[in-house]
Design a protein around this ligand. Structure first.
Ligand code: WTA
Length: 638
């Protein structure tokens, strides 16, 4: 595979950027020429940000799996598509060539068809990081079913809400998942999520951990039995179904500033072009290289840079089932050495956590295969950046600091490895096609360099969010109404004297905990469901490893003299309602919350107290009860 649109020099980048702004349609048409289309487009782009409506490659027909699989078979059929490393270092790894993956995706597509899945149906996928997760995802895309992958750390209640919102009729899951020393009972969580559910017709269960599971007659079937069935049918081929360019490829739920998660909708053609283009250019992928993205496929990073970006480029993508610190903190480096990984793409939280183990786990590991390092999910602090650069990259691997979001489909602002300059803690420059701008509170664009503002994007790119599932108005309100004619990211940003961008963090009520987005309102809702809780307010605070930690101020009726126990009980409730990732790091019982006379909680003050910085709390005179602030500070110091 060669990539005629791969930018090879700084001049290439500058030229492409200019073209992409001057004539976006011609620019993206020339990139799109490099894909397999069942029918070409009538129009490259149609858009307005008021509805919003964004249509890329309208009139075209294609199937993303034809681009991820079929078109590579002649040249790369025997090359590895997926390398899979188990949670258990002793268990044998698996390699699926493009031929094998092509075969298995069709086999499972047959399973879906046999079970009544049709084009446009929503299939929820709740699995651990095993190749079958990628197979199930691609099999949905093969037949035009809409996948909605849910991260294995979400609780039954969170799954139930998502199933309901998506109107899902099918689930693909596993008996359980291995993650470090833990064995997560996925099927049992699904069973809890399905109590009272009336829409789910079929649950397909893949065997991984062999934990005992209950299988309901008429609803639950085993993956392996279903595959046998397809074998007895003679493994019929499943042609890649023709999808319209703007047909939905998937829904992925993410947190926002309200309590209810949003189903971010991505469509077929634009998402494919965007993930491929960004993969090839940001990481400067060369054919034959091994790409290791450590994210979980339950998040957008896994969708775009484990599955669709790499596979559409004919790359070798490495999937790791486990966690960076188990059985020890040398796991990533062992994997890099074992598979001669070329590109490592991970999150600052993982880097900081591994840093805390010192240099011991790296000692003796051969990291010389590494060529490019990547960071995603949250701002990377300079200390972590330098450690990554020196200890892992040995100062010879460019680090790409990639800023993007679930809603953007792929990388938006980043240096291109070895092509455009890097600057520690800066995402640096926009990719071709991306027109960022900074605005002040009134929506006025802030021009020039050396300025701070809210980050917006002026013009659509192929991977932009199309809607929020079943609720287009919400998409409009959340992203396109804050500032007229702009996509609002929710992030604050600095543009330095040289015009380089540095993301400073969320400006809304969304936390970024270990690179996972969590809405404060979601956590508050969960805490408020706990018996005896009257009200709560959740804020973020700086956390050495997680980036941000969760601080919860809780008003409770009675702790029955055992505060510790009450806190543990609240944590249980949060884990039950959302999942363990949303458990507060700190809970403080308070007699009241600082509110303005109009009843609005003054989070600014709560944030300061959580940070332990009470020297300058600003103006508290508008508070209903200013004395409460000292009471809370006192309690926090106890
Ligand atoms: C944050 C993850 C600084 C940001 C791909 C964004 C970052 C949110 C970076 C999206 C980065 C992501 N530097 N901040 N390189 N990458 N973020 O939807 O606040 O899980 O809005 O997508 O993560 O998180 P999401």
């Amino acid at each position: 595979m060669n990539y005629p649109y791969q930018l090879k020099t700084l001049e290439d980048y500058q030229k492409a950027y200019q073209q992409s702004v001057q004539d976006p349609e011609a620019f993206w048409a020339s990139v799109a020429e490099n894909f397999t289309w069942q029918k070409k487009w009538d129009k490259v782009l149609d858009w307005n940000f008021t509805e919003p409506k964004v249509e890329w490659f309208k009139g075209a027909q294609l199937n993303i799996t034809e681009n991820c699989l079929d078109r590579h078979l002649a040249t790369r059929g025997h090359e590895p598509a997926i390398i899979w490393e188990s949670n258990d270092p002793e268990e044998h790894h698996r390699v699926l060539s493009y031929n094998e993956l092509h075969f298995k995706v069709q086999q499972f597509a047959n399973v879906l068809l046999n079970n009544g899945v049709q084009k446009g149906d929503r299939v929820c996928i709740y699995m651990g990081m095993i190749p079958e997760l990628s197979i199930a995802t691609l099999a949905c895309a093969r037949i035009g079913a809409i996948h909605s992958v849910i991260f294995g750390g979400f609780s039954a209640q969170a799954i139930a809400d998502r199933l309901d919102d998506a109107g899902a009729e099918f689930i693909v899951t596993c008996d359980g998942a291995f993650r470090g020393a833990k064995d997560i009972p996925l099927k049992s969580v699904i069973d809890d999520a399905l109590v009272g559910n009336k829409t789910i017709k079929r649950v397909i269960v893949c065997t991984r951990t062999r934990t005992p599971v209950s299988m309901l007659k008429g609803r639950d079937v085993w993956w392996e039995d279903e595959i046998k069935q397809v074998e007895t049918m003679g493994n019929p081929a499943v042609a890649p179904v023709a999808m319209d360019a703007e047909d939905i490829l998937f829904i992925l739920y993410t947190s926002g500033s309200t309590g209810k998660p949003k189903g971010v909708v991505h469509t077929t053609a634009g998402y494919m072009v965007w993930t491929n283009y960004t993969f090839v250019n940001v990481f400067q992928y060369q054919p034959g290289q091994v790409h290791f993205c450590t994210a979980d496929i339950g998040w957008i990073t896994g969708h775009s840079y484990i599955i669709y970006g790499p596979l559409s480029a004919g790359a070798t993508t490495l999937m790791f089932e486990g966690v960076p610190t188990w059985p020890d903190a040398g796991r990533f480096w062992e994997i890099v050495e074992k598979y001669k990984v070329d590109i490592l793409y991970t999150a600052p939280t993982a880097i900081r956590s591994l840093m805390s183990f010192g240099l011991g786990p790296i000692k003796g590991k051969d990291l010389s295969s590494l060529k490019v390092l990547g960071s995603v999910g949250e701002p990377i602090n300079e200390e972590a950046w330098h450690w990554y650069n020196e200890q892992i990259g040995h100062k010879r691997c460019p680090i790409v600091d990639t800023w993007w979001q679930t809603e953007t489909g792929g990388v938006m602002i980043s240096n291109l490895a070895g092509i455009t300059p890097a600057k520690p803690s800066y995402a640096t420059l926009p990719l071709p096609g991306i027109q960022p701008c900074l605005v002040d509170e009134n929506g006025q664009e802030i021009e020039g360099n050396g300025v701070n503002g809210n980050l917006c994007i002026k013009f659509p790119w192929p991977g932009i969010i199309r809607s929020t599932y079943n609720d287009h108005e919400r998409c409009k309100q959340t992203y396109f109404s804050t500032y007229e004619n702009l996509y609002f990211t929710g992030d604050g940003c600095l543009r330095d004297e040289e015009g380089l961008y540095r993301i400073t963090g969320r400006v809304d009520d969304v936390l970024n905990v270990s690179g996972h987005r969590i809405g404060t309102a979601e956590v508050e809702n969960a805490i408020n469901m706990h018996a005896g809780v009257i009200e709560s307010a959740v804020v973020g605070f700086p956390h050495d490893i997680k980036g941000q930690g969760i601080f919860a101020y809780v008003i409770i009726e009675d702790t029955h003299g055992d505060e510790k126990r009450s806190k543990q009980d609240i944590l249980q409730t949060v884990a039950r309602i959302i999942g363990p990732i949303a458990k507060p790091d700190q809970i403080l019982f308070v007699p009241g919350l600082p509110k303005t006379r109009s009843g609005k909680i003054m989070r600014r003050i709560l944030r300061k107290i959580a940070e332990g910085d009470t020297s300058n709390l600003g103006d508290t005179s508008t508070l209903l009860d200013p004395s409460l602030v000292d009471v809370i500070i006192g309690l926090n110091n106890d």
